[in-house]
Design a protein around this ligand. Structure first.
Ligand code: C6P
Length: 405
């Protein structure tokens, strides 16, 4: 088993000096830093293996195709998809959700239909549905949260009816860290025949996800939040749904035969993968999956829970600090406000001390409105963070209070 020092040595960015201080990276919910094996794989690809895939008969095209497709196999196993064809590469969670909204949504929604979203959603899981609702006449319905940032299940239940066609929600809230009762919500949605989309952007690198056990219709996540490159995402879908859906983007690779009279489409998953993809990124992602598996998701959960508990306790001693998001089941994310201080000013003073956090509305404006605020300062931890770093964060916040207060 790797020690924390060995784990930290796998992430070169942790040695970065920012404003003359060793970086303390606490913005993992925005994007995780990258592990060495991923960086090496991407460098190797661009140095020696760069070529297009799925197209050439030459050596590099074939090896590239093999490597790219082996990431799909690794992902199939990682999320326990029924088959590899159900794992579709996209640009990110945002594109995965847009794919479902624009393909499944346009074909399946009509006037009077309802799409239930929760107040916790990231804009990526609100706006695509609003756009498709405008086109189809369907309606977006909001399921509220309580003062802790938990979805009020009784309210959600009241909103479900025979018009509900889709329930789309996140597994973990990026802004508050709430871990949602995903199985329960899926069962509720299924009881009225609605489809479900789980936004797993914040969960994929932090807890075990088994799509068959969840029985979700769609699941979306991003590679860059799991120690791998930006510009790569994944959409999992149930096979019958994906087969019935129309392609949403046209171009190379997604076709079978093209004539000016009629075009027929490739099979899954290629039907949804038009154009040259982010080959190096997908190849790198496999190494991230292997890294997560090496550390183990149960150990990751354990370490991160300990960091959350430690930080929550330390934060409770800071005068004037209020944690926004106090759900019982939380991931290692703490959003907070401090009386009289602007989150951006807090973030700037922390940055001067080499501490990276995120400030603002976190792409969740409806959620901020629900709590009567315009934004928070958010520290999001990962298994490579330490209690010493949290101590420095607390000292940094106290310094901000002293300077700004
Ligand atoms: N949240 C954050 O700082 P993309 O940008 O497509 O990789 O992911 C979008 C997205 C969707 N859903 C959730 C729950 C998310 O957290 C995110 C990204 C980042 O919280 C950047 S806004």
């Amino acid at each position: 088993m790797k020690t924390i020092e060995q784990i930290r040595a796998d992430f070169p960015e942790l040695e970065r000096i920012v404003h003359n201080k060793t970086l303390i990276y606490l913005d993992n919910a925005a994007s995780t830093i990258k592990c060495k094996s991923v960086i090496d794989a991407v460098t190797r690809h661009y140095s020696f293996d760069a070529a297009n895939i799925h197209r050439g008969v030459h050596y590099l095209s074939e090896t590239g195709t093999m490597q790219y497709e082996s990431t799909r196999d690794a992902l199939r196993e990682f999320i326990n998809s029924e088959s590899r064809e159900q794992v579709i590469f996209t640009k990110g969670t945002t594109e995965s959700i847009n794919l479902v909204a624009w393909s499944w949504g346009i074909d399946n929604l009509k006037k009077g239909d309802e799409i239930i979203l929760t107040t916790l959603e990231h804009h990526s899981n609100i706006v695509p549905w609003q756009l498709v609702a405008e086109r189809t006449g369907a309606k977006v319905v909001e399921a509220p949260v309580d003062d802790n940032g938990d979805i009020i299940l009784s309210e959600l239940k009241k909103k479900l009816n025979s018009n509900t066609k889709m329930v789309a929600f996140n597994l973990i809230s990026n802004a508050l860290g709430t871990i949602n009762p995903v199985k329960e919500i899926i069962e509720m949605a299924k009881s009225v025949g609605a489809k479900t989309l789980v936004d797993a952007a914040q969960a994929i690198a932090h807890m075990k996800i088994d799509v068959q056990e969840l029985d979700c219709d769609f699941l979306a996540f991003s590679s860059h939040k799991m120690f791998a490159p930006t510009g790569v995402g994944v959409l999992y879908g149930k096979k019958d749904l994906l087969n019935a859906m129309s392609p949403w983007q046209g171009g190379g690779d997604m076709i079978d035969v093209v004539t000016f009279e009629k075009t027929t489409y490739n099979e899954l998953p290629h039907k949804f993968e038009a154009g040259t993809p982010h080959i190096a990124g997908v190849i790198g992602l496999k190494y991230a999956i292997e890294y997560i598996q090496e550390i183990g998701l149960s150990r990751i959960e354990e370490i991160e829970h300990e960091l959350l508990t430690y930080a929550t306790k330390k934060f409770s001693d800071i005068k004037g600090l209020k944690i926004i998001g106090t759900a019982k089941h939380k991931s290692a994310v703490i959003s907070f406000v401090i009386d009289g201080l602007h989150p951006q000013d807090i973030g700037t003073i922390l940055d001067q001390q080499g501490i990276a956090v995120r400030t603002g509305h976190h792409c969740t404006q409806p959620l901020m409105k629900r709590f009567g605020i315009t934004g928070t300062t958010r520290a999001s931890f990962c298994f490579y963070n330490t209690k010493e770093e949290i101590d420095k964060l607390v000292a940094g916040i106290n310094k901000a209070i002293e300077l700004l207060g």
